[in-house]
Design a protein around this ligand. Structure first.
Ligand code: GRF
Length: 196
């Protein structure tokens, strides 16, 4: 099964998704979609021999047109699932309609707590003892789609510690959940809810 990973930043989740894919044959990362051509995830993809579709949103009149360009790439590569890993944009109707129930995202909090930017900073600010990681289906909202899986992380030490702990959990959880979803062993999307 061919998947595309969408990312905007450093791409540590992208890298583990690629590495874990090579351990078995459940999915192949065929494409990186990146809206920041200078981001280090692009270098990682090149090093790993993965094709990149990099674009700048400002080179297009609006979201519908750059998503149409993405869609063309996805179809050309027979992509079945889109896996968001630090893609810092809301997905619009063009992609949502074409890939309904086939777009996953990972977020560094136990949603619905701390959606949006800097979830780790929000958790520290709120003084919670436990935060975590959520994998969810993507809908039109910001981190609002049906939840597929979650894992807790204890808040200990400083920000760097928490960031490291969350990253470690993400790298275990995301490839495993992506595989389960693709194999149909996990929740399936049905409109506004998830069926187990
Ligand atoms: C991760 O924390 C993920 O949960 C969030 O963005 C971050 C991406 O990190 N959506 P990386 O680029 O994979 O290192």
């Amino acid at each position: 099964v061919s998947i595309a990973v969408f990312a905007s930043g450093s791409g540590s989740n992208f890298e583990t998704l690629v590495q874990k894919a090579r351990e078995d044959e459940v999915y192949h990362v065929e494409l990186l979609v990146c809206d920041q051509p200078e981001a280090s995830v692009v270098d990682k993809a090149k090093r790993l021999g993965i094709e990149v579709f990099a674009f700048r949103a400002k080179d297009y009149p609006n979201k519908a047109t750059f998503e149409a360009a993405i869609l063309q790439k996805l179809h050309a590569k027979s992509i079945k699932w889109c896996v968001l890993a630090g893609y810092m944009r809301l997905v619009g109707p063009t992609l949502l309609k074409a890939y309904e129930g086939k777009i996953l995202n990972i977020h560094p909090s136990l949603l619905p707590a701390f959606p949006g930017k800097d979830a780790i900073g929000q958790a520290l600010e709120a003084n919670v003892r436990v935060t975590g990681v959520t994998v969810h289906f993507v809908d039109e909202g910001m981190d609002t789609g049906p939840i597929v899986e979650q894992a807790p992380v204890k808040v200990e030490g400083d920000r760097a510690n928490l960031q490291r702990a969350i990253q470690q959990v993400e790298h275990e959880l995301y490839p495993a959940v992506v595989k389960q979803c693709i194999k149909g062993e996990k929740a399936t999307w049905q409109r506004k809810s998830v069926h187990y």
